[in-house]
Design a protein. Structure first.
Length: 384
């Protein structure tokens, strides 16, 4: 390849009449479907960035206890409503590594609030791979090693502490384990019910279709929030946090499936008239095989996009229930439970960092929406 004075490029290779000039195009046409989808998805920058962010977020969940400097319910009675401590690297013009300035607090009996002062003359370096309170790595392996810890005699409240002196940063990491997982369990229940009832109604039709449609219409006509509240309030108060977590996940999935079932039904009504479906039926394929092997694969792209758009709705549902005190309850830790502690507007005005748990909710919901938009555009066969 050579360059002309006017900036154009010329190929110096000799002309070969036997070379197939369309070979590259043929390769693209023969590429697997997932390759074509990936090429289109890479062009959706927001969707790609959101997908990477969510992948790293879920990858972090088993190691939340290792990353967090404190355990979720570890209290510091001397540091109630402590302000966020900034992470510093330079002190008096010299680089000394990551450190925090120690804080001391006292009660202001005139304004009835805690006031803290930073000792900027005594930087305290953080300790790494240090020993702390016990926790279970990935929920299975007991250990007491943390990525970083507060130096002796100091604290490391990166995002402040709450009314009981618990580290907000650590609790947000632990809360992600429940808040991000509830959507996955809920969407699994929703998909099992929605795909099952929707495919049966759309493929078989007749009285079965009529009955399932009436059931869907009844469920969709019920006000969602009161149903959430009623079902959540029916959960026995003596159940443990794990049992309540699974029940809340199942409730969210049960209330979400009618919309998916209706979408599956409408798609199956059109697909069941296709020639390949009729050919499979004439060859003796049973309804279950026709649905699994011929109909669902043609609808999978919509299901994937629908899942990414439904998960944030379930995260918001769990947050709303826990915020109202009808979902997960202490000692369980989720973002909704943390926001339940920040219901007092006066406290938020004085200690605004107690409302920080709503930030990861906003970021995660936006990331799922951007990812869903990117997948929907990439999986659409009619969009170039």
């Amino acid at each position: 390849m050579s360059t002309l004075p006017d900036g154009r490029y010329i190929d110096d290779a000799p002309y070969d009449p036997h070379v197939d000039l369309s070979a590259l195009d043929r390769t693209d046409m023969d590429a697997p479907n997932w390759v074509l989808v990936w090429r289109k998805f890479k062009k959706h920058k927001l969707g790609l960035i959101s997908g990477i962010f969510l992948f790293l977020s879920y990858l972090m969940l088993p190691f939340a206890g290792f990353i967090a400097p404190y355990t979720p319910n570890e209290r510091s009675a001397d540091y109630l409503y402590a302000p966020p401590q900034g992470l510093h690297f330079w002190h008096d013009g010299a680089f000394i590594g990551p450190f925090v300035y120690p804080i001391t607090g006292e009660a202001d009996l005139e304004e009835f609030r805690w006031r803290y002062t930073f000792d900027t003359d005594a930087p305290q370096q953080l300790e790494f791979f240090c020993k702390g309170d016990d926790y279970k790595l990935a929920g299975l392996f007991p250990t007491d090693t943390h990525l970083f810890c507060a130096p002796t005699g100091a604290t490391v409240f990166l995002w402040g502490s709450d009314r009981l002196g618990r580290d907000v940063f650590s609790r947000i990491l632990y809360g992600a384990q429940l808040s991000l997982t509830v959507g996955l369990i809920g969407i699994t229940v929703s998909f099992l019910l929605g795909i099952t009832f929707g495919s049966i109604a759309g493929y078989l039709g007749g009285k079965i279709d009529w009955s399932i449609n009436r059931l869907i219409e009844i469920l969709r006509s019920l006000p969602e929030l009161p149903i959430w509240l009623a079902l959540s309030a029916a959960v026995p108060s003596n159940w443990g946090p794990v049992s309540v977590f699974f029940i809340i996940s199942i409730i969210l999935g049960i209330l979400d499936w009618p919309g998916l079932a209706r979408a599956v039904r409408s798609k199956f009504l059109s697909l069941r008239e296709e020639e390949y479906v009729r050919a499979a039926e004439m060859m003796g394929a049973k309804p279950g095989r026709v649905i699994r092997r011929h109909l669902l694969p043609n609808f999978m792209s919509h299901l994937i996009a629908s899942a990414t758009l439904s998960i944030p709705a379930m995260i918001l549902g769990e947050t709303a229930l826990s915020y109202l005190g009808l979902g997960l309850r202490a000692p369980a830790v989720s973002w909704g439970v943390m926001l339940n502690d920040a219901q007092n507007l006066a406290s938020i005005e004085i200690y605004p960092w107690t409302a920080i748990p709503m930030l990861p909710i906003i970021v995660v919901v936006l990331a799922f929406n951007f990812l869903g938009d990117g997948l929907r555009d990439s999986l659409d066969p009619y969009k170039g």
